[in-house]
Design a binder for this molecule. Sequence first.
Ligand SMILES: Nc1ncnc2c1ncn2[C@@H]1O[C@H](COP(=O)(O)OP(=O)(O)OP(=O)(O)O)[C@@H](O)[C@H]1O
Ligand code: SF4
Ligand SMILES: [Mg+2]
Length: 383
Amino acid sequence: MAVATDSGFLKAANGHDTADGSLLEVRDLEKHYPLYGGVLRRQTGAVRAVDGVSFDVEAGETLAIVGESGCGKTTLGKTVARLLEPTGGKIRFDGRDIANLSGRSLKPLRRDIQVVHQDPSSSLNPRRRVGAIIADPLKIHGIGTERERDKRVREVMDRVDLPHEFRNRYPNALSGGQKQRVSIARALILNPKFIVLDEPTSALDVSVQAKVIALLRELQAELNLTYLFISHDLSLVKNIANRIGVMYLGQFMEVASSEQLFENPLNPYTEQLLSAIPVVEREEEQLKPARVDLHGEPPDPANPPEGCPFHPRCHRRFDACDKVHPDIVETNEGHTVRCLLYPGDKRTAVDEYSTETERQALRQHDATTVQSEQRPDGVGPPE
Ligand SMILES: Nc1ncnc2c1ncn2[C@@H]1O[C@H](COP(=O)(O)OP(=O)(O)OP(=O)(O)O)[C@@H](O)[C@H]1O
Ligand code: SF4
Ligand SMILES: [Mg+2]
């Protein structure tokens, strides 16, 4: 069984080797927010919002990041786009180390990486007209004359299907979908390579959501854009993502292609997320894992549990789960999972806390796992 290590820059969590030149390579990324307390306002702890995340994104692909509220999705997106400074880890974009850039040296990166935020109502300045908002990045980077900028604004408004006369309106005069088109136009105006889409449709009605998703897909094909698509909704990303990373308490629990994740989820948390998706079609019902309710709330990221971060809510937990922290393990090419049912290098520690039946089941599973991505029988509570 290959272990996709959380450390080292050469072997990616998704199985890619950096030698093949991914557009974005992230290794062991951490973003901790310090907590201060007491009269002297000393640091008393930290919120471990992103806690050792590794992944690659190839040019032209969409990697979706999904997980419940507070799991660290926005922090991950902003840190990768270098709107936030990482606490630790490496970020390589287009062959350059960008984790340690600061101040002015970040400016060229702003042309290549853009962010579309969740709620256009709060991310667009209500006192500025739409034309000025969209042109802002050109002005900041000193690109073009007034006339050239106006021409570029019209071009980009055409691309996102916004009428030119909207240039003179204020954001509040626009619908939610139109405001999000303004955000997308602003993100496109500098011809970026990579866009972080942070829940770009969650503030919109379902019918408008579909149109914005269709637009994003068209733009991706037309402009060869690469997306990091953040969402709390697995069903939404199914059709837009090439691969999906499932995040919990600042860590990836599973990374797989969209098809693999939906057809053969390995991590119990992924199972619970899939199980929570409402089913319309009868055939889809048969594809879903048996219903396992997602109950309780995620733990406090300032005080994460010992062992597996998901163990307090896991329907498959066994004795080792609250004692041993699982590594990310590759079970098949491009499919990685963090779960002690796939113990990787933690075999000895897991054995120590397992019954003889569980040990045998895990060992038998190790021998077959490369050919067959199935959970080991005989470990954890009965289904
Ligand atoms: N500036 C900050 N200072 C301290 N803690 C923060 C800060 N920003 C976020 N957090 C905490 O970091 C954790 C991750 O937050 P983040 O916003 O990245 O999660 P999220 O997955 O995007 O959530 P949501 O789905 O609600 O948008 C949460 O516990 C949050 O309270
Ligand atoms: S390690 Fe244990 S608690 Fe964590 S997901 Fe796997 S079975 Fe559940
Ligand atoms: Mg968020």
